[in-house]
Design a protein around this ligand. Structure first.
Ligand code: CDP
Length: 797
């Protein structure tokens, strides 16, 4: 068993001699293509005769459409078609189902409900003409009062946003709860200490480097639609297009090429995709649509927007007894949140954190507002980010109340290793964990006691240094079909492994990488199981005509679900290879031993057959045993028995400029545990990226609105994302607590750092401001907010 090891490895130069066959620091197979600029992203696709589409968007947040006049745009010499909601109505495509049992407008027919909503689609010879023609469309709007503040959405006089829904008289979407309200109330009633705080996770955006887009190519002769898309879930998209547009599923091919980042932004089906398809059908030519940066930020999905009332009950000695929260969730104009059907608040109920509690209860109310729809799982497993931020902020609020060290308070309350599998109080079963060594390692790397001493000295001099701690547990790998589906599709994934006669292999996946390195790591899983070097294994994904069905990549589910499928498919191949090897060696299968890449006769290791020899034998003339056919191929659809529960300990050190309120992240220590690590280099890369993202959300990322509903975060001038200047050199370590139910013991890692880091940064900022009596502040901790928090309070000693 691998025990917790502290690692601050530099990436060693690799020679062919020490290149691992299986798990290890294999360099990314996809990188030669990326670093030479040879990636094939959506906008690189150019088809013969291709036309270009552009979307006309609403300038208003809430207005009735009186009329749309497209005459002038249609007269533009380079325009081929102008499509409006009325045209789509004729095709029954003006409205489409969302991922959350609501409907959303593809092109507005009756009203516009958020600034940036899609109103019309122009198809022209080139991108510029399409954009020019948008300005020739004349839309007459009758303005309506917008609902911008979610807290006002249920006011008696609030405008009803969704009057398209029969009988609708308010902006309420759903109420949902988890845990035991009465038991939790009883614990709160007898607790020595109760702390409460309103914690807001603001509206943020995944902002991937590549924006969303599609190239639709409908062939009117054979009725086949080939759709190139920026999608994280090609198979699910194919099924949904078949169900909604009525095109037979076998006549739809979705191709997702290289994708420049997804982070949840590329899960849903956007109006632009559907318009490109309709444009291609109408014009008989391929149509490309690619949104620009502002369109992406303003309309193509947001994340978070949770207003959370958090409460913690504890003893005076610091034993946490129960947590409770009421959440107001702002879902925008259409409930298009991506999550499994039974979970309207995603996996938010993991807000019980890493602590052994007596009771917990959460309730979530979703409301409509005149803002863009979305609620995507932005680098997190369906609202896990919100949950972790809430509990980790609240534990610090409790630490301040009890005047206890926040790291010590956490150590005192962790679920103990012998309690796993741990049933938490809201219905999850944490698969495995050993939290204390992970926390201690982070404190070790950080030099925690020395940091506290340094802080005390600096405080005495009036300097503002903060130390923030967070410890998170995620629930990733959706998921077991008995518990979850998305729009009725079970959340399982297929994998197919084929070993060619010469011993090279191909693995076909239902999941779709967006930069995570699947071409390398999924080859490594096959390599680990079969002993074929990773460079001899081709990974095929992102093309529904070439890969088995599955639900795609988001919520760090590729490794927990598809990783399991691949390992099991490879094991099926190995079982087959054993039977063939026995025939070749004229012995019984049970008399063979396996070493990576080779079966040999028990007791005589010199007599054996390599996997390559067996492959040739299987496809060759070896007399095959009964029931074994002449290939080394296997296919598995994996239904995981549970999700996986990665965890980690993060410590952030900040310095705050007392004159300007500017926060500098000086150090950041991250110790993660994702069970078995397939490729430690890729795991570290995932963590580095997620940490940068977390620092961004904590300090600068924010999609705000003015009272009229104008989006204030619609460009990178306003929506700030961190650069290398704003982040420190990450200090990482790891522990390994394998998942007991996953075929290779691996848990997801893709989103851990985005989930775990915002509370560490905010806790550090609040800690720096403690001398001013500050116990909480909302993200993003911009200089203005920090400076404001310092005003009118006692100056530090
Ligand atoms: O679903 P997604 O690929 O975004 O997330 P993931 O399953 O957490 O995997 C992210 C990347 O890290 C993939 O290339 C995985 O193969 C790799 N990984 C790993 O090497 N070891 C793990 N225990 C988990 C992920």
């Amino acid at each position: 068993e691998e025990r917790p090891v502290q690692a601050r490895e530099a990436n060693p130069a690799m020679t062919s001699a020490d290149r691992p066959i299986g798990f290890g620091r294999v360099q990314r197979k996809e990188d030669p293509r990326f670093i030479r600029g040879k990636g094939r992203y959506l906008d690189d696709i150019v088809l013969p005769g291709m036309l270009y589409g552009a979307v006309l968007r609403s300038p208003l947040a809430h207005a009735r459409i009186v009329s749309i006049d497209t005459t002038e745009a249609l007269a533009h010499p380079k325009v081929h078609a102008v499509i409006t909601g009325k045209d789509l109505e004729g095709l029954n495509l003006a409205w489409a189902p969302t991922l959350s049992a609501d409907v959303m407008a593809i092109l507005a027919t009756d009203k516009v409900r958020f600034q940036g909503q899609e109103v019309a689609f122009v198809v022209a010879d080139d991108r510029y003409s399409a954009r020019d023609a948008l300005e020739l469309i004349d839309v007459e709007y009758e303005e309506l009062p917008p609902v911008i503040d979610a807290r006002r959405a249920m006011d008696p006089g609030a405008a009803v946003i969704r009057d398209d829904l029969e009988g609708r008289t308010d902006n309420h979407i759903f109420d949902w709860e988890a845990g035991d309200a009465a038991a939790t109330a009883a614990v709160f009633a007898r607790a020595d200490v109760v702390v409460s705080e309103e914690v807001v996770y603001p509206r943020v955006h995944p902002a991937p480097m590549e924006t969303c887009g599609a190239v639709a190519d409908y062939d009117p002769i054979d009725g086949k639609l080939t759709l190139y898309e920026t999608t994280q879930a090609p198979h699910a998209h194919r099924t949904l297009y078949a169900m909604v547009a009525g095109i037979p599923e076998h006549k739809i091919r979705i191709i997702a090429g290289d994708i420049g980042g997804g982070f949840g932004n590329k899960v849903g089906i956007y109006p632009g995709y559907v318009c490109a398809v309709v444009g291609s059908i109408v014009t008989g030519k391929p149509v490309k649509w690619v949104e620009d940066r502002s369109e992406n930020l303003m309309s193509t999905s947001f994340a978070r927007d949770y207003i959370m009332q958090g409460e913690v009950a504890a003893t005076r000695e610091g034993k946490i007894l129960a947590v409770r929260t009421k959440v107001l969730a702002d879902h925008g104009a259409f409930n298009a949140t991506a999550q499994p059907t039974k979970y309207p608040a995603g996996f938010f109920s993991i807000f019980t954190g890493s602590y052994d509690l007596e009771a917990a209860h959460c309730s979530v109310t979703g409301v409509y507002t005149n803002k863009a729809p979305g609620g995507v799982a932005y680098a997190c497993s369906f609202r896990v980010t919100e949950a972790v931020y809430l509990v980790e902020r609240m534990v610090d609020v409790l630490a301040a109340e009890l005047n206890m060290d926040p790291a010590e308070l956490r150590l005192k309350n962790f679920i103990r290793p012998e309690q796993f599998p741990y049933p938490n109080k809201t219905g999850w079963e944490y698969d495995s964990g050993d939290y204390e060594p992970t926390m201690r390692m982070a404190m070790d790397i950080a030099g925690y006691p020395e940091l506290r001493r340094e802080q005390a000295e600096k405080r005495a001099r009036g300097e503002l240094m903060g130390i923030g701690v967070s410890f998170f547990t995620e629930t990733v790998g959706a998921g077991p079909r008995k518990h979850m589906d998305i729009v009725g599709l079970g959340m399982n994934d297929g994998a197919e492994v084929r070993v060619h006669p010469t011993g090279k292999a191909v693995v076909r996946l239902s999941v779709q990488t967006q930069g995570q390195g699947h071409e390398t790591t999924f080859a490594q899983i096959v390599a680990e199981e079969l002993g074929i070097p990773p460079e001899d294994i081709e990974v095929v994904h992102g093309d529904t005509d070439q890969t088995p069905f599955g639900l795609g990549t988001y919520g760090s589910r590729s490794t927990p679900v598809s990783g399991g499928a691949v390992a099991l498919a490879a094991r099926k191949v190995r079982d087959k290879a054993r039977a063939v090897a026995a025939a070749m060696l004229e012995t019984r299968p049970e008399d063979l031993e396996w070493e990576k890449g080779r079966f040999y006769v028990k007791g005589d290791p010199s007599v054996g057959k390599t996997i390559q020899e067996i492959a040739l034998g299987t496809h060759g003339t070896v007399a095959l045993p009964d029931g074994v056919d002449g290939n080394l191929d296997a296919e598995v659809t994996y239904d995981p028995p549970n999700l996986t529960f990665p965890f980690g300990a993060y410590i952030c050190v900040v310095d705050v400029d007392p004159g300007t309120g500017k926060v500098k992240v000086r150090r950041f220590v991250a110790v993660d545990d994702c069970g078995t690590r397939i490729n430690p280099m890729i795991v570290e890369g995932q963590i580095h990226g997620g940490l940068a993202d977390g620092v961004g959300m904590a300090l600068m990322e924010f999609i705000g609105f003015d009272e009229q509903g104008n989006c204030l975060g619609g460009s990178f001038m306003d929506y700030l994302i961190p650069t290398s200047m704003e982040v420190p050199d990450w200090e990482t370590g790891y522990t390994v607590t394998p998942s007991p139910h996953h075929p290779i013991g691996a848990k997801g890692i893709g989103e851990s750092a985005t989930v775990g880091s915002p509370p560490a940064v905010v806790n550090a900022v609040v800690d720096a401001l403690a001398p001013f009596g500050v116990t909480h502040m909302d993200m993003p901790c911009t200089p203005a907010r920090v400076w404001e928090a310092m005003q009118g309070r006692p100056t530090p000693p």
